[in-house]
Design a protein around this ligand. Structure first.
Ligand SMILES: Cc1cc2nc3c(=O)[nH]c(=O)nc-3n(C[C@H](O)[C@H](O)[C@H](O)COP(=O)(O)O)c2cc1C
Length: 185
């Protein structure tokens, strides 16, 4: 798919299904990720792939995290949280290994990883796959970071759910005019 078409037509699907990206497609998606602009070439991004039965373990983490935050959560809510892990055949945890003492400000390291995540969504779309970006409280849960093998100082930028679009998301009206102005001094 043409790059501009991919950039302007990407929308988050409402529902995903199998199959996920093939090994080749995933490689391309990851190459697109690490092609993101990155001040100082610090390569702050880390990617953790969760597929197959590992999604069930991830689902258990989601439910445990919710229970810690809301000990009174009913069983149905915990089950719904657990099932979120099965919304896609592949989940990519996009994390930033931020270096606090570096010359490049932390926010710029985080933004680079955000750009990598966006590159992945657009690359997946260009290859015919759907993807959506999620965070929520679990992205900031130290226990979740530990379980994923991340340090507490790492930031989870997002969980990218990737697969085949089952239900398309609502189309978006891409109008930049209301948020753009020309500065004339
Ligand atoms: C950093 C980040 C975190 C997000 N986290 C969530 C989330 O937890 N839940 C959610 O419904 N949407 C979340 N979104 C927004 C969706 O991924 C999506 O972009 C939004 O629903 C707009 O749909 P579109 O991508 O089709 O324009 C997040 C977006 C970003 C950039």
């Amino acid at each position: 798919m043409d790059a501009l078409i991919a950039l302007t037509t990407r929308v988050s699907p409402a529902a995903l299904d199998a199959p996920g990206p093939s090994a080749n497609a995933l490689q391309t998606i990851l190459e697109a990720a690490v092609a993101a602009p990155d001040h100082g070439r610090m390569r702050p991004w880390r990617f953790i792939l969760i597929e197959g039965t590992a999604r069930e373990k991830f689902g258990a983490l989601l439910a445990e995290s919710l229970q810690r935050r809301d000990p009174a959560a009913p069983a149905g809510k915990l089950e719904a949280e657990r099932k979120k892990a099965l919304r896609a055949p592949l989940i990519v945890v996009v994390a930033a290994q931020v270096q606090a003492e570096a010359k490049v400000p932390e926010i710029e390291q985080l933004v680079a990883v955000g750009a990598a995540a966006q590159n992945m969504l657009v690359a997946a779309h260009a290859l015919g796959f759907g993807g959506f970006w999620r965070t929520g409280a679990i992205a900031y849960d130290p226990a979740m970071k530990r379980a994923l093998g991340l340090a507490e100082t790492d930031a989870i930028i997002g969980f990218l759910y990737l697969g085949t679009t089952k239900t398309p998301g609502p189309p978006r009206h891409n109008d930049a005019s209301s948020v753009t102005r020309r500065w004339v001094g």
